[in-house]
Design a protein around this ligand. Structure first.
Ligand SMILES: O=P(O)(O)OC[C@H]1O[C@](O)(CO)[C@@H](O)[C@@H]1O
Length: 452
């Protein structure tokens, strides 16, 4: 049903207008802060950019700064979203989606599509697309990744942690390793999960350094995982994949990436683990086509990270070489479908991006990394906390899906009564556990429950 849906009454979409919520705080404080930090960066880099690109860059910067100062004002005064120029591969689509949303979802009040009143997920994606359009309209800075510095710094700040985690991976994937075939799955998946703690959009691009390696976190932070379906995943998906009774040669696992930096390193480790331990013949990594949500992975980040792994140490250097070989042999493939930078929940994928959906049906497992992907899985709605995950994804099941997410938004589904009781005792009315990034889920969908 697209953006228009008949299920709206089931659970309302999150919106920034409700005071006291994280969405409200995000629109009021976090978005202006992210825009301000871009302004600071451009001002700081002005001379260097002019030296690199010539005098045209000066006018480009002035133009962007002017647009950003208007953007900040419009966010803070809750103005209606305006169409940006229909440029870029998805410019026309954005135009249509905004019209669709204004006329269909909010038919009685066109004015409602404002920064605070519009659906939080839609408006937040719009914000990052607006920022991109400001650069895209320039003569010299259209290709600039304005979030690059913080992404690279995040990687460089975690070199020791990356090397420690990769050393574990190398040990369990070595040809002569005595480790049982299933050994390491919990650590590798949870290392990828906890890598998601270190994202930079929560802090508006400021430092967010992980003190321990993601592998150490996988062991030490067990109690912070509110839903842990990894055993179920092993039984229902990974064991049959590894046994491969039909001797298939095209077993495929997909990872829908989230942040560059330390999280991407853990995701690359996970891809290598699946290939080296015989769970898949091919791993497809899905990244973003443009700079997105501050720290999301683009193709450039992927290539840079693989090329830079050697900076972390010897084991990481080996991993980097191994990944390059796998990319050449097309055992690891990087893709960036435009759907991942659209504002749609994943229940709309079949309608909005049928080819991508079809492609995912050929996969044995799609792993969705991070908070934004989770918000899109459950439609960014205010579900009752014990609503089943199956209900919240509203029919999205191209194949088994696994969400590896640390909680940074007030939406979640599938909590058991026992977990809810513990949370209630610890936090009472305080919702901070939903947004602090301290808690996490490893949640499986698209396969029958274990007891069936
Ligand atoms: O990198 P992640 O895990 O997708 O998180 C993105 C962050 O931005 C948000 O979308 C809110 O601005 C949160 O959901 C989350 O804090």
């Amino acid at each position: 049903m697209g953006i228009v849906d008949e299920f709206d009454h089931v659970a309302p979409r999150l919106r920034g207008k409700k005071e006291g919520t994280f969405a409200y705080f995000t629109v009021r404080d976090r978005w202006p802060k992210i825009v301000t930090s871009l302004v600071d960066q451009l001002t700081r880099k002005r001379d260097a950019l002019i030296e690199q690109h010539g005098e045209d860059a000066s006018a480009d910067i002035a133009d962007i700064l002017e647009k950003f100062s208007r953007l900040r004002y419009e966010i803070m005064t809750d103005k209606p979203l305006i169409n940006f120029p229909e440029s870029g591969p998805d410019g026309k689509m954005w135009h249509d989606w905004m019209e669709e949303l204004k006329t269909a979802v909010m038919p009685n009040d066109v004015e409602e599509l404002t920064y605070f009143k519009g659906p939080w997920l839609f408006v937040e994606c719009y914000l990052y697309r607006f920022i991109y359009s400001a650069f895209l309209a320039t003569k010299k800075l259209a290709d600039m990744d304005y979030f690059e510095d913080s992404k690279r710094k995040n990687f460089l700040d975690h070199l020791d942690q990356v090397e420690e985690a990769v050393a574990f991976l190398m040990k369990i994937t070595a040809k002569d390793s005595p480790a049982h075939e299933m050994f390491g799955i919990h650590q590798i998946l949870k290392s990828s999960l906890w890598g998601n703690r270190a994202d930079m959009s929560l802090t508006g691009g400021d430092d967010h350094t992980m003190k321990m390696s993601s592998i150490a976190a996988s062991v030490q932070l067990k109690d912070y995982i509110l839903i842990d379906d990894v055993n179920w995943l092993m039984v229902k998906v990974l064991a049959p994949l590894q046994a491969n009774p039909q001797k298939l040669k095209n077993r495929r696992i997909d990872i829908v990436l989230d942040n560059a930096g330390v999280e991407l390193c853990a995701d690359l480790m996970m891809a290598e683990f699946f290939l080296a331990r015989g769970f898949a013949d091919k791993v497809v990594l899905h990244g973003k086509a443009i700079p997105w949500f501050v720290s999301d992975t683009t193709e450039n980040d992927f290539n840079w990270t693989v090329d830079s792994l050697h900076l972390a140490g010897q084991q990481s250097a080996k991993l980097g070489e191994q990944i390059k070989k796998r990319v050449e042999k097309m055992e690891i493939i990087y893709k960036a479908d435009l759907f991942w930078i659209s504002p749609h929940p994943y229940c709309d994928m079949q309608e909005k991006a049928p080819e991508l959906y079809e492609e995912l049906t050929t996969s044995s497992l799609v792993i969705f990394k991070g908070d934004l992907n989770y918000r899109k899985l459950v439609g960014d709605r205010d579900w009752d906390l014990n609503t089943s995950f199956k209900k919240a994804v509203r029919g999205f099941d191209p194949c088994p899906i696994l969400a590896l997410r640390t909680l940074k938004a007030e939406t979640i589904a599938g909590l058991t009564d026992d977990v809810l009781k513990v949370l209630l005792e610890k936090f009472d009315e305080d919702n901070s556990w939903m947004t602090s990034g301290e808690y996490a889920v490893c949640q499986l969908g698209g396969v029958p429950p274990i007891e069936e």
